[in-house]
Design a protein around this ligand. Structure first.
Ligand SMILES: C[S@@+](CC[C@H](N)C(=O)[O-])C[C@H]1O[C@@H](n2cnc3c(N)ncnc32)[C@H](O)[C@@H]1O
Length: 409
């Protein structure tokens, strides 16, 4: 890959910057291109010591400061216009000498804005954290879960002879939280953690296009058209099953986008995840407690045809191949050849130039689950081993997950 020179990067930034400011200030694609170019320029300009300084002195303490800010509700108070150190110390009940140190670091790294001596206002990051749970919980998960678990990774790899992890009951996460239970079994008994995770999951993808949006997976052409004729009709006909669908963000968005789509929409997840949302699901979406290592209940014998599509979003990357094969082995018998589709919504790691979101998630999946993101060749091997074949992969914007459509081979 060519490595552009600093003058080339500056020229590119200048061109992209004028494009953005002149005619299309709200052009999201142009804004992202400019940001990527600006990041590349920073990486080229930074010396090694500057890079380390940024990580060690800016980013590492920032996560802790954000957690402290969340604990004392600092960002909501700042947003309400309480902005002097003395006012903030009074409302948060924190020693002003201590609070001043936290505020100074937050200001130094741009997480809040210093408007004068001991006077602050929120910056976009902390304003967002104060307003929406998904931002707050991404930061909380990073501090409370990722940092603690990542600290165990080097030791774990040393002790296991630097072999690729495959056992979801013995991961760095297990060492960090002193449990032999796989993450999703353990998390059931941790008050508030599921809520935090599902808020964070919504946040991670909140600015990406959805899989069925314009230019993405052609739902009308591939799922809706011909549903009845192809055999999906009847009272029991099922259009889509969202397996491991969490609180239903995908299937509810699908219902909203395609209110005229025929057939039932079924959300499946563990009963403890589905139960709290079951009664608030929109009309036409059913919540079903289901363990995906057991026989898929939406299948041919029950509904005449099985579902038109079985959808798995951010599920397979949570698991090593053996566990994925077990999930697939429960879906495949429910599918009808030439009719049912398996839709996997996950990252496909590029052979060259993989995005840091995908590689970072891969590291997290290894740490928690002995799972990971997969390259296209790995997806093909995995699906073929269970009698499936990939018909097409839909690619969306940089950094986002892809949509893999597979059918019975
Ligand atoms: C990373 S989350 C993805 C949730 C959802 N698809 C989304 O993208 O927001 C993985 C989901 O798998 C569910 N899960 C884990 N083990 C499961 C099991 N044995 N049976 C059913 N669901 C399970 C979890 O409860 C969680 O909601």
């Amino acid at each position: 890959m060519s490595n552009p020179s600093i003058p080339d990067l500056v020229n590119r930034i200048s061109t992209l910057g004028s494009q953005l400011s002149e005619s299309n200030a709200d052009n999201e694609k142009a804004r992202r291109s400019l940001l990527t170019a600006a990041r590349n320029l920073c990486l080229r300009l930074e010396t090694p010591i500057e890079t380390l300084r940024r990580i060690v002195w800016s980013e590492l303490p920032l996560l802790a400061c954000l957690q402290i800010g969340n604990d004392i509700d600092l960002f909501s108070h700042l947003g309400r216009g309480t902005n002097s150190l003395s006012q903030l110390a009074e409302t948060t009940h924190v020693d002003p000498a201590l609070l001043s140190r936290i505020l100074k670091h937050l200001a130094a790294v741009g997480a809040i804005t210093e408007t004068g001596a001991d006077s602050y206002t929120p910056a976009p990051l902390t304003a967002a954290i104060a307003q929406e749970a998904m931002y707050r919980d991404i930061a909380q998960i990073a501090f409370q879960m990722h940092q603690v678990s990542y600290a165990q990774v080097p030791k774990h790899l040393r002790e296991t002879g630097y072999q690729n992890p495959t056992d979801p009951t013995s991961c760095p996460f297990n060492a960090a939280f002193k449990t032999a239970k796989p993450y999703f079994v353990w998390s059931k008994d941790q008050p508030g953690l599921d809520e935090m995770l599902h808020n964070a999951l919504e946040g991670y993808v909140s600015d990406y296009r959805r899989w069925f949006d314009e230019g993405g997976y052609p739902v009308r052409e591939r799922l809706i058209a011909g549903f009845e004729e192809r055999g999906g009709g009847g009272e029991e006909g099922v259009m889509l099953v969202d397996i491991g669908g969490g609180r239903g963000r995908d299937i509810c968005a699908f219902r909203e986008e395609f209110p005229d789509a025929p057939g039932r929409l079924v959300l499946q997840d563990m009963e403890n995840v589905v139960a709290p949302v079951r009664d608030s699901l929109p009309k036409g979406v059913e919540g079903m407690g289901y363990d995906f290592y057991t026989t898929q209940p939406i299948k041919e014998e029950l509904s005449d045809t099985g579902a038109h599509a079985y959808y798995l979003h951010s599920v397979m990357h949570n698991l090593p191949d053996t566990a994925c094969r077990s999930i697939l082995s429960n879906i495949v018998p429910a599918m009808r050849k030439g009719y049912s589709k398996l839709l996997i919504h996950d990252h496909v790691i590029l052979d060259v130039g993989a995005d840091f979101v995908a590689t970072g998630l891969d590291f997290a999946m290894m740490t928690y689950f002995a799972g990971g993101e997969r390259a296209e060749s790995k997806w093909r091997r995995l699906l073929e081993s269970e009698g499936l074949k990939i018909s097409k992969i839909w690619v969306f914007e940089e950094g986002s997950e892809k949509l893999i459509e597979a059918e019975l081979a």
